[in-house]
Design a protein around this ligand. Structure first.
Ligand code: APR
Ligand code: PHB
Length: 397
């Protein structure tokens, strides 16, 4: 077995792992990333594309913000629609903040390139990655690469390995609580090289189910339809998708819909999941490894970013000031913001989707009334806007 050494070992080269490694590198803190699949495989996963300003600032701090700032689009509003009634939520007017529309694949590629340029070590296609002795002062990870077994010694382990990763499983069951809600529908997404239907994103609630019109650029659109969990991508030809989208988007927006051949189509399940706590000894869970939200509200990537921000501040204090005690602040600080994002995503999901017979008639009426109440009031719209642009990051004590 060959032995290697680093200060912070990072499991997973998704957005969380990459962002953390770039930030720590700026502070002179050494990291090694272990990733199960290839870089191209990571880039093949198409996900959301709405970045809060807090995330954008971190990416700039990490030295990977150039493309985001030149190619990303700043959005000052978003629309909610109930059938044909469109309600603008003027983010900047209501909160002074905006969001940036820039794809997760693009931001991941930018961070991958920056990592390579700065010579930060990442080992792709590392198999059997396993953390050990995480409660001790000498944790380590074992893994295999090209048939050779390795031991990576470190001070801390950042579990940035997503929902199906190994890090969360390292925390004994009796020491963690997992909260989960699986929704009875999926999101069918379609990407096409066609101009977006509207300048702003449209989240639409209809009797036929939820739909979302989003975009990546002036010439690339991303649309979603709520579909039953039993549906398969093969059930949805492009034509069938466009026909259904036309029925769910507000009529005066449909006039601007340009259809075309899909360049990607996939179905994602929707769930909320939170693991408490997010720290076990010298192991930290970051991003999807510790929590998942349904995509309504676009909070997944942004909550991963606030975890990274907190862990980055903690590890910087540990290495610069020798204050090891502050690591205990990670889980409470990260979880406060996570629960808020979980609550907002749940609220948006519950109010905008059609749950069919899963919700009784009374509950459905109550929810329609609640949504109307929020959308008919400036205060209500401000509450939505504040959460959509993202709550501020909490500082360490
Ligand atoms: N060993 C090494 N790497 C692993 C392992 C393992 N056992 N298990 C998973 N990984 C890798 C995955 O291959 C993936 O590249 O960890 C990475 C985790 O990346 P993501 O799932 O993208 O999670 P994260 O980086 O936290 O990204 C934040 O929030 O809601 C979302 O869509 C959003 O993906 C985004 C996420
Ligand atoms: C996307 O563009 O993929 C997207 C945007 C907003 C969401 C979810 C997904 O809430």
């Amino acid at each position: 077995m060959e032995t290697k050494k680093t200060q912070v070992a990072i499991i997973g080269a998704g957005p969380s792992g990459l962002l953390l490694s770039l930030l720590l590198n700026k502070q002179g803190i050494d990291t090694v990333i272990l990733e199960r699949v290839t870089g191209n495989y990571v880039l093949g996963r198409i996900r959301a594309g709405v970045l809060e300003q807090g995330f954008a600032k971190l990416v700039r701090q990490a030295g990977a913000g150039h493309n985001m700032d030149t190619l990303g689009e700043v959005h000052h509003g978003v629309e909610l629609a109930i059938d044909d009634k469109r309600v603008p939520i003027e983010l900047t007017k209501l909160t002074g903040e905006s969001v940036i529309v820039y794809g997760q694949v693009d931001i991941t590629r930018d961070m991958m390139e920056e990592r390579e340029k700065r010579g930060i070590e990442a080992i792709y296609e590392a198999s059997n990655v396993q953390p050990h002795d995480v409660k001790s002062d000498n944790p380590y990870i074992t893994y295999e690469k090209d048939g050779v077994k390795y031991k990576l010694e470190c001070d801390y382990i950042a579990g940035c390995d997503g929902f199906h990763g190994v890090s969360r499983k390292t925390i004994p069951d009796e020491l963690k609580t997992e909260y989960e809600r699986v929704y009875p529908f999926g999101w069918l997404g379609l990407m096409s090289d066609t101009p977006p239907i509207n300048d702003e994103l449209i989240y639409a609630k209809t009797k036929r189910g939820f739909a979302l019109a989003s975009m990546r650029s002036k010439t690339r659109s991303r649309y979603y339809l709520q579909v039953p969990l039993t549906d398969k991508v093969e059930d949805w030809s492009d034509e069938k998708f466009w026909e259904e989208l036309k029925k769910r988007m507000p009529k005066d927006a449909v006039k601007n819909l340009v259809t075309g051949k899909s360049i990607e189509k996939s179905i994602v399940p929707t769930r909320s999941f939170i693991c408490e706590p997010l720290q076990y000894g010298n192991l930290f869970l970051v991003g999807d490894a510790g929590h998942i939200v349904p995509p309504t509200g676009a909070k997944g990537l942004n909550l991963a970013a606030s975890d990274v921000a907190t862990l980055y501040k903690i590890l910087t204090r540990v290495y610069k000031q020798g204050d090891k005690k502050c690591i205990e602040q990670y889980s409470p600080i990260a979880l406060r913001r996570v629960w808020n994002g979980v609550r907002f995503s749940w609220w948006m999901t519950d109010l905008l989707h059609n749950f069919g017979d899963d919700k009784d008639f009374y509950t459905q009426r109550m929810e329609s009334s609640e949504l109307e109440f929020f959308l008919n009031s400036e205060a209500g719209k401000k509450v939505i806007a504040e959460q959509y642009v993202g709550l501020p990051y909490e500082d360490l004590e």
